[in-house]
Write a protein of this length. Structure first.
Length: 242
């Protein structure tokens, strides 16, 4: 059952999918964490893999950059491949001075400057949120592994936080004043798509750069900094037996 953006056949993709932006990060997770992983799709080099984690099937697939890309791939996974849960594992810019590069943020909800939700023809502004069951499992996984995190609202923007073409007020600053913890580009679209399809989604974000202080992780530190997020995501996807 191929779709325009996914070459996987029926049954190739597990009911739960880890969803990094970078397809090479998907390959990294498949190679290092999943048992018996195999590539199931690669259209436009958006790599997807399925294997097992603690004996349970899990898939991991790139989403690309931005809400439209993440929205397309998550829609096809939910609508045509029987996926029930998507756990975004992404990077973000920190919007609060107390959130430093390397720290983990759980997105309870997402605000946006995107027009993504216009497709639903709602008579107002839609505020999507994480699936509580996945959020609770992520909190338990983090606590079990002594991994610190901060939870709250984030800001999903169509603009990359480090780029300001006009040199005026940074686009993220008003959102930071409203308490948004971090900025990414995809969470809002993934949460909207899950809600529309009656499915579950959760976004876990590792802060790699601080929009407030300008501090960032060095290139050689970035993958190691993502490992705690991978652990939480996998134990959220497949909680250990009590």
């Amino acid at each position: 059952m191929a779709t325009p953006h996914n070459a996987a056949r029926s049954g190739d993709i597990a009911p739960v999918v880890l969803f990094p932006g970078d397809p090479l990060r998907a390959q990294y997770i498949a190679d290092r964490y999943l048992t018996g992983s195999r590539q199931v799709t690669g259209i436009r080099n958006m790599l997807g893999f399925t294997g097992t984690w603690n004996g349970t099937p899990v898939s991991v697939m790139g989403s690309g950059m931005g809400g439209p890309s993440a929205g397309i791939y998550s829609y096809e996974l939910f609508r045509f491949y029987g996926v029930e849960k998507i756990i975004r594992i992404g990077t973000a810019g920190g919007l609060q001075s107390g959130i430093k590069p390397g720290e983990l943020v759980f997105a309870m909800t997402a605000s946006t400057d995107s027009n993504y939700a216009a497709q639903y023809r709602l008579p107002g502004t839609y505020s999507p949120c994480a699936a509580f069951s996945l959020f609770r499992q992520a909190v338990q996984a983090a606590e079990r592994n002594h991994i610190p995190f901060t939870a709250g609202g984030i800001f999903s923007s169509d603009m990359f936080s480090s780029y300001n073409a006009l040199g005026e007020q940074e686009s993220w600053e008003p959102w930071a004043r409203m308490g948004c913890l971090a900025q990414d580009m995809e969470t809002y679209a993934v949460y909207c798509t899950a809600a529309c399809q009656g499915k579950q989604a959760l976004s876990l974000l590792t802060v790699t750069d601080s929009c407030v202080t300008g501090h960032s992780l060095a290139d050689g530190q970035r993958m190691a900094a993502l490992e705690p997020m991978f652990t939480v995501a996998l134990e959220t996807a497949v909680p250990p037996e009590p």
